[in-house]
Design a binder for this molecule. Structure first.
Ligand SMILES: *[C@@H]1O[C@H](CO)[C@@H](O)[C@H](O)[C@H]1NC(C)=O
Ligand SMILES: *[C@@H]1O[C@H](CO)[C@@H](O)[C@H](O)[C@H]1NC(C)=O
Ligand SMILES: *[C@@H]1O[C@H](CO)[C@@H](O)[C@H](O)[C@H]1NC(C)=O
Ligand SMILES: *[C@@H]1O[C@H](CO)[C@@H](O)[C@H](O)[C@H]1NC(C)=O
Ligand SMILES: *[C@@H]1O[C@H](CO)[C@@H](O)[C@H](O)[C@H]1NC(C)=O
Ligand SMILES: *[C@@H]1O[C@H](CO)[C@@H](O)[C@H](O)[C@H]1NC(C)=O
Length: 425
């Protein structure tokens, strides 16, 4: 009897401890589930386009007949240091007389998802900010000149839906210099190609959200936990990059799931086998696979390579509006950039920034970095927000929690990314 009592006395705090642990664990799980629910909705938005790949043969043929010019002089920009200036050091200056070079009504190639004005965005200030760097001047994007520089060449953007936006922005910035009969657009599931016959040039987008292969490249797996990354496989995508004159890559947001990533290797015989890894470790291995491919396949006398850094997200309004207790407001209703110099939000994983710097820094071939992160961090006003599409329709849900604070309105910020790219051409 005595020993039973002793046991009970001992058990009571233990029992409480167990309850406490259970409570903490279930809180964590709940938080996780919330994150997954949230994320899976935004990934759905990331991949809303499910385009028909109807012209695969034509596109393949075009690739065989890749132009062979020598962009030697272009490479020097990055190597010669005196021309170089820090794009990240600058500020947004409001200029009412600054006009966009196209509208979502005048450019026929924009996804509904990012055509904010057509989707009903009423405020227009976000279109009149210009990026002024401390040490140098970013010249205006000249569409006719850009086409001239691309004459006889292929420019290809490779990556996720943000890269797709940069591609669409580029096409819209040049397309009105080409008469209707001399231009065409072919949409494919993986590859989409804008062609300007007169210039014998094509401006293309290749969809590869992780750059390396995964089981979610073409047919998107909604459940983030079922996605498996093949960290050492890239050739299925990379064969489409051969012979292109200017390649512009990005990859980031698909890696940031909030939990460990499932990864697999060629050497793993079992198809179902995978290893779980933290984001930064997996990202480093994936990016190294990409870097190795570039190093062993790119002829720098023919091809220039660019890498666009992290496009920031603005999902927590409490980060810039300290009075805002309602975390669900996201970037909804934002009409002004963040003014705090050097602002970096939580959505930008600094470990990933370092991985990019490190991996690219160790490459044998020159890769020019389009460092858009800092300038874009300020632009909480530039996102598609609620002026996007739902279920294929232009429709607003004026409910802050539906705001898309990952993608950007077009015209808008990605035009400035292209201004930067143009300055390298
Ligand atoms: C995700 O979308 C579904 C409908 O598509 C909705 O029922 C659910 O509430 C959304 N989840 C979040 C976290 O917004
Ligand atoms: C167009 O470019 C291709 C290479 O992409 C080249 O073979 C062809 O000669 C060019 N055509 C003209 C008319 O310049
Ligand atoms: C404002 O934009 C207009 C049109 O692009 C330009 O001519 C003018 O120089 C800009 N103002 C400043 C202060 O940069
Ligand atoms: C690139 O051009 C340089 C100078 O013209 C030449 O020495 C070098 O062998 C070329 N490299 C390749 C890979 O063709
Ligand atoms: C958004 O802005 C509108 C118009 O300024 C205002 O009526 C509304 O209350 C704002 N909503 C939020 C959630 O701040
Ligand atoms: C891009 O700029 C940020 C500063 O805004 C810097 O921390 C980062 O290392 C740069 N990235 C690369 C790849 O150079």
């Amino acid at each position: 009897m005595k020993s039973m009592e002793a046991l009970k006395r001992f058990n009571l705090p233990f029992f409480l401890l167990v309850i406490l642990i259970c409570a903490v664990v279930s809180l964590l799980v709940l938080k996780d589930i919330y994150t997954i629910a949230n994320k899976s909705n935004y990934t759905e938005q990331l991949s809303s386009e499910d385009l028909d790949f109807s012209n695969e043969e034509n596109i393949e043929e075009e690739e065989e007949a890749a132009p062979s010019s020598s962009p030697n002089q272009l490479i020097e920009f990055n190597q010669g240091s005196q021309n170089r200036c820090d794009v990240m050091n600058g500020k947004w200056v409001f200029n009412r007389s600054l006009e966009t070079q196209y509208t979502d009504a005048s450019c026929p190639y924009l996804d509904k998802q990012v055509s904010c004005v057509l989707n009903g965005r009423p405020d227009g200030d976000y279109l009149h900010w210009q990026w002024e760097m401390d040490d140098c001047y970013l010249s205006r994007f000249d569409g006719a000149d850009a086409l001239e520089k691309l004459r006889g060449k292929r420019l290809m953007f490779v990556g996720d839906s943000l890269q797709r936006e940069q591609w669409q922005s580029f096409v819209c910035l040049v397309q009105y210099h080409v008469p209707p009969k001399l231009k065409s657009m072919k949409h494919g599931r993986s590859l989409s190609v804008f062609t300007a016959e007169e210039y014998n040039t094509s401006i293309e987008f290749y969809n590869a959200p992780f750059l390396i292969e995964s089981n979610s490249d073409v047919f998107i797996i909604k459940d983030l936990r079922k996605r498996i990354l093949r960290l050492d496989s890239i050739s299925k995508h990379a064969r489409h990059w051969m012979g292109v004159d200017i390649l512009v890559f990005n990859t980031y947001v698909w890696w940031t799931t909030g939990f460990k990533l499932k990864t697999t290797w060629k050497s793993m015989k079992n198809n179902d086998g995978y290893e779980e890894m933290s984001v930064d470790v997996a990202y480093k291995l994936g990016l190294e696979t990409w870097a190795n491919w570039i190093d062993s396949n790119i002829n720098p006398n023919k091809t220039r390579v660019f890498f666009t850094t992290i496009s920031p997200t603005h999902i927590r309004s409490s980060e810039w509006n300290f009075n805002d207790r309602d975390v669900g407001n996201r970037c909804y209703n934002e009409t002004q950039p963040v003014m705090e110099k050097g602002y970096i939000g939580f959505g930008t994983d600094k470990r990933i920034m370092r991985v990019v710097e490190d991996v690219v820094g160790r490459m044998k071939k020159v890769v020019s970095i389009l460092n858009i992160t800092q300038m874009s961090e300020y632009r909480k006003d530039g996102h598609a927000s609620v002026y996007t599409e739902y279920g294929g329709k232009r429709k607003q849900k004026s409910d802050p929690k539906y705001a898309d604070c990952i993608h950007w309105c077009l015209p808008g910020l990605p035009d400035v990314w292209n201004q930067l790219l143009y300055s390298f051409l």
